[in-house]
Ligand binder design. Structure first.
Ligand code: PEP
Length: 256
């Protein structure tokens, strides 16, 4: 983390878990732990259906609500999709874009991730753009090339004000939901390389000001070590975000 230049963010990704009735007890438990001034920005990304309930529980609090996907289109004939303006109206401030599960199960490619990103930003959402290599790509030594390409395609054409509302999450696919967390060194190396790509694309000041998160089996027992690295500005947390106490332990690890 480097709090001097950029925000520390701990974001939870509930994926397709929990139900509307779980939102209030979870929210109250998290708010009781977080108090009025938590040590970093906290985001909870719920399934679409739970966003209004989450927005109500967290209204006026330091916890922001996020979605896990968004349509590339502003409106119209997109059966099953949810637009950025609908998300914003429901109370979402953030949206995750290009999560590896969207890439894997829904065939999302970098070009689509880039279009979704621009749509989300145009409607005032802050975006968490996920990048990360698969195990086979790392075995071949291609991880840096893969992530650089994902980043360049997704962020192509962004201007500096748009970048200010964009957060990058490095999520190696082999670490997501597997318990195989990247080592702090592996995570730091890639987060630093991401910042170098950002510097190349947008200049040094913009790169220094962009939060780069790590995601992939982050939990209370390994969060402090990861968050101590200078280029890791927070976490995107799946499994461990489902329990308010575990999630807040990770927030506390960002206090250091
Ligand atoms: C995620 O969903 O983005 C994630 C990192 O999941 P987990 O923490 O469960 O690995």
């Amino acid at each position: 983390m480097n709090r001097r230049y950029r925000k520390t963010i701990i974001a939870g990704n509930w994926k397709m878990n929990r139900d509307v009735s779980d939102v209030r007890p979870y929210g109250e438990a998290l708010l009781a732990l977080a108090g009025k001034k938590p040590p970093c920005e906290i985001v909870v990304c719920t399934p679409f259906l739970m966003i209004p309930a989450a927005a109500e529980v967290f209204r006026g609090s330091p916890v922001a609500v996020g979605a896990q996907d968004v349509s590339e289109a502003d409106n119209g004939a997109r059966t099953g999709e949810v637009s950025a303006s609908q998300l914003a109206a429901a109370g979402a401030k953030y949206v995750i874009i290009g999560h590896s599960e969207r890439r894997e199960y829904h065939g999302e490619d970098d070009a689509l991730v880039g279009r979704k990103l621009k749509t989300a930003l145009r409607h005032g959402l802050r975006a968490i753009v996920c990048v990360g290599e698969r195990a086979a790509q790392r075995e071949k030594g291609a991880e840096f090339d893969v992530v650089r390409r994902q980043l360049r395609e997704a962020l192509y054409g962004l201007d500096l004000p748009q970048l200010k509302n964009t957060v990058i999450a490095y999520e190696p696919v082999w670490a997501i939901g597997t318990g195989n967390t990247a080592s702090p060194l592996q995570a730091e190396e890639m987060c630093r390389d991401i910042r170098l790509t950002l510097r190349d694309m947008f200049g040094a000041a913009a790169a220094r000001g962009t939060s780069v998160l790590y995601g992939g089996s982050m939990k209370p027992s390994n969060a402090a070590e990861l968050l101590a690295r200078p280029d890791i500005d927070g976490g995107l947390i799946g499994g461990a975000s489902l329990n308010a106490k575990d999630f807040y332990e990770i927030v506390r690890a960002a206090e250091q």
